[in-house]
Ligand binder design. Structure first.
Ligand code: 4AD
Ligand code: MG
Length: 465
């Protein structure tokens, strides 16, 4: 069966109506009307908006019209005309309707009334058909595209780092094991331990927590690289900001010290937020209206202001002297929690903040050590409503300093020989950072829970779909 090429709803809504014949294909959002006329709203995912189809019941089979219910998939061919009703510029006067797939109104879970986010998580296979998730997924796409555009325009090379690795980049031990051994009856060594020598890779492997270490290898040859891929953390944190599987963007740059690293991080997130403001206006207007009246102002605030830059030590002083009550009290040396980070950004400065020079005890082994022997050149970018959106550092490129730190953290040199080789052969100062992609999407959409900005969230006790 051949029928006319269809046009996306987004293009139709922007077209000038002159009675031309058009075909649209999509899913019915609503149908209303009476014996004289039926109004069908169709959405095809190209935009948050629907196109209105007007059908005269005299021209169509009664059974066909009956089967056009919320959720059904149809093709409509008709004339594109100026809309008489308010709320849309154009509508289609239907001449042909074809039902692709019916949708039983008694069992289709998405009804016109608003559904709770929790309910929609349980039907994550259907939630892309809601206004909210359609908008989230379009913004997510736009941000992924903008990430590649930003780096491509600046001569960075997209490096694909492995998903399965033998190393724990962050040294935090929060890894998912990858194995093909029979869990019920694993081979044993003479000492009774599991014999990973007989495993698929002949060694213990896990899903990567970060592509950084391999990214550094790339930067030591290509200069400026970035990774953009899934990362995995088996941390048992059930918070609105943590996923067990999330996407991370990790640029790594030869010859950058901490100052240039901060400059790039600030420029990069500002670019992404401006890109969203320019290219996702309909979807952002929807979020602003439905969820968060301050969203667009907050996005503009980030684009228009210089980020505050200060040391961890100064930040701790502000937090300690704030007179606030904290769930986790802070003193020099303690890790900052989201409550402290958000206080700095939302209450104290009212701007994004970049903190640097963290105590070495709370940071990973690879960060550049300062003269004071206490702090390292780590940096975290803190955002309103999110807290930490970026974590990064200048890297320790001095072999002796690096191995010293590894020894202190009980990281075996034999396991990291390839990483250490970059410090043996042509080492140079270099830096990088990681942007949590879902945290960016949380910020840009104003959504409240990270489970609602990724199509199929993976969190403790949840891996459906
Ligand atoms: O601060 P993190 O752990 O830093 C690294 O992994 C470095 N290797 C990055 C680098 O320097 N190349 O993670 C970086 C960012 C965080 O700032 C946060 O935005 C995000 O990744 N992130 C998570 N996002 C969602 N769920 C989680 N469980 C996350 N853990 C970190
Ligand atoms: Mg971090």
């Amino acid at each position: 069966m051949i029928h006319p090429a269809h046009i996306k709803v987004k293009a139709l809504l922007a077209a000038s109506p002159a009675g031309q014949e058009v075909t649209v294909k999509g899913w019915v959002r609503t149908k209303r009307g009476n014996k004289q006329v039926a109004f069908i709203a169709i959405n095809d995912g190209s935009t948050i908006n629907t196109i209105q189809v007007v059908a005269n019941p005299e021209n169509f089979d009664e059974e066909l019209l009956k089967s056009i219910t919320t959720g059904a998939c149809i093709r409509v061919t008709g004339k594109l005309v100026e809309s008489l009703g308010s709320g849309q510029p154009v509508e289609i006067q239907a001449t042909e309707i074809e039902l692709y797939g019916a949708s039983d109104p008694n069992t289709y879970p998405l009804q016109k009334k608003g559904h709770s986010m929790e309910f929609l998580r349980d039907i994550a296979h259907l939630r892309p058909r809601t206004n909210t998730f359609g908008a989230v997924l379009r913004v997510r796409h736009a941000m992924a595209f903008a990430v590649h555009k930003y780096f491509n325009d600046r001569g960075f090379c997209y490096l694909h780092t492995p998903v399965i690795t033998g190393s724990d980049a962050e040294g935090a031990g929060e890894m998912f094991r990858v194995t093909t051994l029979d869990m019920n009856n694993p081979p044993r060594t003479p000492e009774g331990k599991i014999d990973f020598n007989q495993d698929f890779f002949g060694r213990e492997t896990n899903l990567t927590v970060s592509g950084q270490l391999e990214g550094e290898l790339g930067a030591m040859a290509l200069g400026d690289i970035y990774t953009f891929g899934p990362t995995f953390r088996a941390e048992n944190s059930n918070t609105p900001r943590h996923l067990a599987e999330f996407w991370m963007i990790e640029p790594e740059m030869a010859f950058y010290e901490i100052k240039e690293n901060m400059d790039l991080a600030e420029d990069f997130v500002k670019y992404l937020v401006s890109y969203a403001l320019e290219n996702c206006a309909d979807d952002l207007a929807f979020f602003n209206q439905m969820y968060d009246k301050e969203l667009i102002d907050r996005l503009k605030m980030v684009v228009e202001n210089d980020f505050i830059r200060m040391t961890y030590t100064d930040a701790v002083e502000i937090i300690v002297n704030s007179g606030q009550k904290w769930e986790f009290p802070v003193s020099w040396g303690s890790d900052l929690q989201a409550e402290h980070e958000r206080y700095l950004v939302e209450k104290h400065f009212k701007k994004p903040v970049i903190l640097t020079n963290y105590p070495k005890k709370i940071k990973a082994f690879y960060m550049f050590q300062n003269e004071d022997d206490l702090t390292v050149r780590g940096m975290d970018v803190l955002f309103p409503k999110i807290g930490e959106i970026i974590g990064g550092s200048q890297r320790e490129h001095r072999l002796d300093k690096l191995t010293e730190r590894m020894a202190e953290q009980h990281i075996a040199e034999e396991d990291m020989w390839w990483y250490l080789d970059t410090r043996r052969f042509g080492a140079c100062p270099h830096s990088g950072f990681g942007l949590g992609f879902e945290r960016l999407i949380l910020f840009v959409t104003g959504m409240g829970n990270i489970r609602d900005v990724i199509p199929f969230p993976r969190t403790p006790r949840n891996a459906e779909f």
